[in-house]
Design a protein around this ligand. Structure first.
Ligand code: HAM
Length: 411
């Protein structure tokens, strides 16, 4: 039976069968961040539109055409968050976190919204896990963040991973480089795709992101920012590389890694998995040393990353851990009400326990217990006695009701 309603284009339902994998990802991340001293932060699902226009950049695809923007009843323009960094930078300033010991290390997980063309691994509502370290320009921060994402993906056994590493330098050296790149693009205008040509002035770096073959061929010869870093940026990048080398993390240098957000400075990185199709990026991020200032705060260096939970799950291609140890309490009248009391007692003792809620007969309840994968069933007989049944072997024996919880928690 299906109704005429369906989940909106580019969205999906997380069904009970998908829950285990998600829980595993979230738990693994929570434990990892906790050990590394990153604290959880949650910001609203929508923000003032202006925050993203300023923070993410008016010339980016995200701001130009991918935001879910609407006017609220008070006539304010609000936008469903397309990413988490600008909101966290906003929260950092709004709550005076400059006064805390720096850097402030934060992590988050939740839904994000981009009006993109849906395809495998690309949705209009998707979930990200992310980390931000705000208030330090040390290359140790860049390295620690990359190592955390690496560890997360390794622990979750995401296969066929590649790390791409680049540096975008400072806005000043990038401005110089942009002029050089613009000149290069104008020289090769005939070979470029229309949308790249149209944005030569506005955003020449995005030419490196083009999927168009002619553009790609031309860009293979283009100068990259990596060759044009100033001394301080080159030193920072060398330090990050040294730290990654010392940690035994391998990476490919990629001078064409520009990423789709305008706030990046210096280090940028992306983890890709060959297990994914066209949308191969599992997670990525970088430094954004000017963002806080751009939002009206004091100069505050920062770095971070975000990973797509759906992309992690797709690349893993497997479920989370199977459910362990489960008790089904079966009962027929007049014992049904006691079954509820017993499962409550078991649950309070930490045992996963269920009872029949659909008026099944005893046979039906045993079949149901089997389907649920219960390891044991407790059968409450009409005369007040109880049986403990091992669902795997079928072995069954009488048990003292007063000792059921004690016995089952011991297992
Ligand atoms: P991003 O690269 O735009 O970065 O997104 C991070 C990750 O989110 C991607 O690597 C991808 O796995 C996932 N993702 C993005 N768009 C979609 C989509 N439409 N469907 C499914 N998954 C998607 C950021 O958002 C930055 N805020 C990361 C960052 C944090 N940089 C510094 N700090």
């Amino acid at each position: 039976m299906s109704s005429r309603f369906q989940a909106p284009k580019g969205t999906f339902d997380v069904l009970p069968g998908d829950a285990a994998g998600r829980e595993l990802v979230e738990r693994t991340a929570r434990e990892l961040f906790d050990r590394a001293g990153y604290a959880r932060i949650e910001t609203p699902v929508f923000e003032d539109t202006e925050l993203f226009a300023r923070g993410v950049g008016a010339s980016t695809d995200i701001v130009r055409k991918e935001m879910f923007t609407f006017e609220d009843q008070g006539g304010r323009s609000v936008t469903l968050r397309p990413e988490g960094t600008a909101p966290i930078a906003r929260a950092y300033l709004e709550h005076g976190m400059q006064k805390l010991p720096q850097p402030v290390k934060l992590w988050y997980a939740g839904p994000f919204f981009r009006h993109e063309r849906p395809q495998a691994g690309r949705f209009r509502q998707f979930n990200q896990l992310g980390a931000e370290a705000i208030g330090s320009d040390s290359p140790l921060v860049d390295a620690e963040l990359i190592m955390l994402l690496d560890e997360l993906l390794q622990t979750l056994e995401v296969p066929a991973l590649r790390l791409k590493l680049g540096s975008l330098g400072s806005p000043e050296s990038r401005a110089e480089y942009r002029e050089e790149l613009k000149a290069f693009l104008r020289e090769h205008e005939a070979e470029l795709a229309k949308d790249v040509r149209e944005r030569i002035d506005e955003n020449p770096l995005r030419a490196f992101d083009s999927k168009d073959e002619g553009t790609r061929a031309a860009m293979a010869e283009a100068p990259t920012m990596l060759d044009r870093l100033d001394e301080a940026d080159a030193e920072h990048f060398a330090a990050v590389r040294r730290l990654l080398d010392q940690a035994g993390i391998s990476y490919e240098l990629d001078g064409t890694l520009v990423r789709g957000l305008d706030y990046y400075t210096r280090t940028v990185f992306a983890f890709e998995s060959d297990e994914l199709g066209a949308q191969s990026e599992v997670g990525g991020g970088g430094r954004y040393d000017r963002l806080i200032e751009q939002l009206g705060g004091p100069p505050t260096p920062a770095a971070g990353w975000a990973a797509g939970i759906e992309r992690i799950l797709m690349a893993r291609g497997s479920e989370g851990e199977p459910r362990a140890h489960n008790v089904f309490v079966a009962a027929v009248d007049p014992q049904r009400e006691r079954a509820l009391a017993l499962v409550t007692e078991l649950r309070q003792a930490g045992v996963r326990a269920e009872l029949d809620l659909a008026g099944r007969g005893l046979k039906g309840q045993m079949r149901h217990a089997d389907r649920l994968g219960a390891a044991h069933a407790v059968i409450l007989d009409a005369d007040g006695s109880a049986q403990l049944r091992d669902m795997r072997s079928g072995e069954q024996r009488e048990i003292d009701l007063a000792k059921v919880t004690e016995e089952l928690t011991a297992r």
